[in-house]
Design a protein. Structure first.
Length: 385
């Protein structure tokens, strides 16, 4: 769950990280009103779930009411690489002496939290990492011990933060690490982390992603979910209690069990296809559930073919087949389906499917065979079955 800048800053403030005072608004009049309250000069900032807003013209300084009016009118409704601006954040403008960078994320390959810091902030950090990697400090943290004061000071020093703000940067890193752990974030990034002329260290931007699966531990954060900017199919899936993630390809995927679905995505990619989604139907074989899942998959217009990959364990394949047959009788899907049934009672399941002779449904035996079939069907070349 990605947060807008101002929502991320709310979490920062809760953990003692310095941020500027501001207000979120959705109209030009409210922007003017907010600017008067936070005090001029202000900065008018597009709130969208994508970076590089400054370069796109979505971040503007304003010295007076007429400038706020002009910038707010220009930025509201702006399309920043496919993200339409509906909300503005108006904050009191800061004077900047230096722009640093700080982030905390999970390094999956090291299986540890990773704290990163650089004095080359305000710019694209990937570029810093690529061209001048020595200017990006990367520090792994023992997650049981947490980030100690000594480590935070060491990171700031190693990164060559100005000597008089090493303590301030260490405070910011510690607070950012607290945000990451205590809020169950998957990413907490500040770019730029600024040093003001009077040597205050402050977060000028915020990029925070929260782990949606941990949200039940943070009822106070539920309201941060930005349903207006969320993918409509993902929102529907969430309401139905289904694990669905939209992807960029054209092959719909459904499996039972998150692990099986993940490997199905891999096998389809290996066969040269591009998955359109992740969908874990979980256990059970209920026709109603299968129908809902199929409807979710087909709500994505890009889907040209669908792969059902079911491994029968406690859930028996013949029961799944019955669910499928009942569901398909109602839905009559317009795109081809490949159904692979394996595991408990798979023979019986395949026989049931064959007998039902559903139009547009192709049974497959192995995962590889199923993947190749669905890739061919999506490409429009059909299969011999
Ligand atoms: P991004 O482009 O989406 O990363 O948006 P940021 O919030 O990082 O803003 C982009 C840039 O605008 C920053 O790197 C700053 O250089 C500038 N900026 C943002 N807020 C202020 C401010 O309060 N004062 C000044 N002087 N510049 C600002
Ligand atoms: Mn930024």
């Amino acid at each position: 769950m990605d947060l807008l800048e101002y929502q991320g800053k709310q979490l920062f403030a809760r953990h003692g990280l310095a941020v500027s005072q501001g207000k979120a608004v959705t109209t030009v009049e409210d922007a003017v009103d907010a600017a008067g309250k936070v005090g001029y000069p202000v900065v008018v900032k597009a709130q969208v779930l994508i970076g590089g807003r400054g370069k796109a013209g979505g971040v503007k300084l304003a010295d007076d009411e007429s400038q706020v009016r002009e910038h707010a009118a220009n930025i509201l409704g702006m399309d920043i690489r496919g993200h339409i601006v509906r909300t503005l954040w108006i904050e009191h403008a800061s004077d900047i002496a230096s722009e640093y960078y700080a982030s905390v994320l999970l390094d999956r390959s090291a299986k540890q939290p990773l704290v990163m810091f650089s004095v080359e902030g305000g710019v694209d950090i990937e570029e810093v990492a690529e061209k001048t990697p020595e200017k990006l400090v990367r520090h792994h943290v023992d997650s049981l011990k947490g980030l100690s004061r000594e480590e935070a000071v060491q990171i700031a020093t190693e990164g060559k933060a100005d000597a008089d703000v090493v303590e301030g940067v260490a405070d910011a890193l510690t607070a950012l690490y607290d945000v990451w752990t205590q809020e169950d974030a998957t990413l907490a990034e500040i770019n730029p982390l600024i040093v003001t002329p009077d040597r205050e260290v402050k977060a000028l931007d915020a990029k925070v992603s929260l782990d949606g699966n941990a949200l039940y531990r943070h009822p106070e954060n539920a309201s941060l979910s930005d349903s207006e900017n969320e993918d409509p199919i993902e929102r529907r899936a969430k309401e139905q209690g289904v694990q669905y993630v939209k992807l960029d390809g054209d092959i719909g995927i459904l499996g039972n069990g998150a692990g099986l679905v993940m490997s199905t995505l891999d096998v389809v990619a290996q066969a040269g296809g591009a998955p359109a989604n992740f969908l874990d139907a979980g256990g059970g074989s209920d026709a109603e559930k299968i129908k809902q899942a199929v409807e979710l998959i087909l709500a994505n217009d890009s889907v040209k073919a669908v792969l059902f990959n079911i491994f029968g364990g406690i859930t028996r394949c013949d029961e799944v087949a019955k669910g499928l047959i009942a569901a398909f009788a109602e839905i009559r899907p317009s795109v081809p389906f490949v159904v692979r049934l394996d595991g408990t009672n798979d023979e019986a399941g395949r026989t049931l499917l064959a007998e039902a002779a559903l139009p547009n449904v192709h049974p497959a035996r192995t995962m590889n065979e199923a993947a190749e079939m669905v890739v061919a069907l999506a490409a429009g070349s059909g299969v011999a079955s």
